[in-house]
Write a new protein. Structure first.
Length: 146
């Protein structure tokens, strides 16, 4: 079942969501670097027509890649457990479900923004972001009023 946030509830989560996003970006970078290094080693072996692979190095890189993948999975799960939705890791895009005039919409926040200043309809996505104004604030609600 979805959780619906008020603007205040969503903004109260921003410090922890921001920490999760920064962790995701770090782990994604670690995963990509280990993957790239494994590929370089594989290409070197193929270009040389075969050779004894640096087993210890490859094993260490595989461990790093697996640890990063596990951390990514756990961090994404932690974000989802808050009730918000991770939309894009690269730009740090998060949606917080809320109700506006009885319909589900999203409070929309992107890493680097000071607070939540936008919302959009489910079907409109990020490109349909609209500024939060007094009318929206007066007519949106979270779970506590259901």
């Amino acid at each position: 079942m979805s959780r619906f946030f008020t603007l205040l509830e969503a903004e109260a989560l921003l410090p922890s969501i921001e920490a999760y996003l920064r962790r995701l970006l770090l782990l994604k970078n670690e995963h990509e670097q280990a993957h790239a290094q494994i590929n370089v080693i594989s290409q070197r072996i193929m270009l040389a027509g075969g050779m004894v692979p640096p087993r210890d190095q490859v094993l260490e890189l595989k461990k790093q890649k697996e640890a990063a993948a596990k951390g990514l999975k756990e961090t994404v799960e932690a974000i989802h457990e808050t009730g918000c939705q991770l939309k894009d890791v690269e730009i740090g895009l998060i949606d917080f479900p809320t109700l506006y005039r009885g319909k589900e919409v999203y409070l929309c926040w992107k890493l680097g923004e000071e607070g939540i200043g936008y919302w959009h309809r489910v079907e409109d996505g990020y490109k349909g972001r609209q500024p939060i104004d007094g009318e929206f604030l007066s007519n949106h609600r979270g779970d506590e009023r259901q």
